[in-house]
Design a binder for this molecule. Structure first.
Ligand SMILES: [Zn+2]
Ligand SMILES: [Zn+2]
Length: 218
């Protein structure tokens, strides 16, 4: 059983997931989550489907014991995040992730730093998921990232799918008062709520309830 039963990074058929919103909610109930966030990819959503997506999530939130939030996972590209301020304002929270292939860690850090400066962004998704491929940023770059997160009030997810960030980074977030969230990044209903790695790292880093972005729902 999870002590902080939440998962705010899940995908449905509104993007590249295979489950309906209802199936994702049902699995969250089965796993005993208190909070579920649906966060489909921005590049699959249109103005029209956003309305349907939001309506469906709001309906499930009303019907379920689980608090269901409407999130979105946007892409951080060299020209910014791929969502309009109008669309961003419709969601409960915005996860911003780097998905493009990059040559060097400094490019990745540059993109993340840009996302920090965007006020529509709430959470940085799977930070460092590709460091083992593109190389690790310098200590100085990591320091800059932490300072920006702290000063802009952004959160990091602890991704059970990619197993990032590492415990020392999470410990440093907690020390600085940077908020954290648990994330399965499930693309199949059965993976929803699979965040035991996130919780293990969070606890090992000394995290307590108030260090979680959505602690008031837990
Ligand atoms: Zn992602
Ligand atoms: Zn995702």
């Amino acid at each position: 059983m999870l002590e902080f039963p939440h998962d705010v990074h899940t995908h449905t058929i509104y993007s590249d997931g295979v489950g309906e919103v209802g199936e994702v909610v049902t699995e969250a109930e089965r796993k005993g989550l208190k909070l579920l966030g649906v966060s489909d990819h921005s590049h699959y959503l249109t103005e029209r489907s956003i309305k349907k997506y939001l309506r469906e999530i709001r309906e499930w939130n009303g019907e379920s014991e689980v608090t269901v939030l409407a999130g979105i996972e946007v892409n951080i590209t060299s020209s910014g995040i791929d969502i309009s301020p109008w669309a961003a304002s419709k969601f409960d929270y915005v996860i911003a992730s780097v998905h493009e292939w990059l040559e060097a860690p400094s490019q990745y850090i540059g993109l993340v730093k840009m996302a920090f400066l965007n006020e529509d962004v709430d959470v940085i998704g799977h930070f460092g998921a590709n460091f083992s491929y593109i190389g690790f940023p310098s200590g100085e770059e990591m320091q800059e990232v932490l300072e920006l997160a702290e000063s802009t009030g952004k959160a990091f997810e602890i991704s059970s799918r990619y197993r990032v960030p590492e415990v020392d980074f999470v410990r440093e977030c907690i020390r600085r008062g940077i908020k954290l969230v648990f994330a399965s990044d499930a693309h199949r209903p059965k993976d929803v709520g699979n965040v035991s790695w996130s919780e293990r790292i969070f606890k090992r880093a000394g995290g307590s309830k108030e260090d979680l972005l959505f602690w008031e729902f837990l």
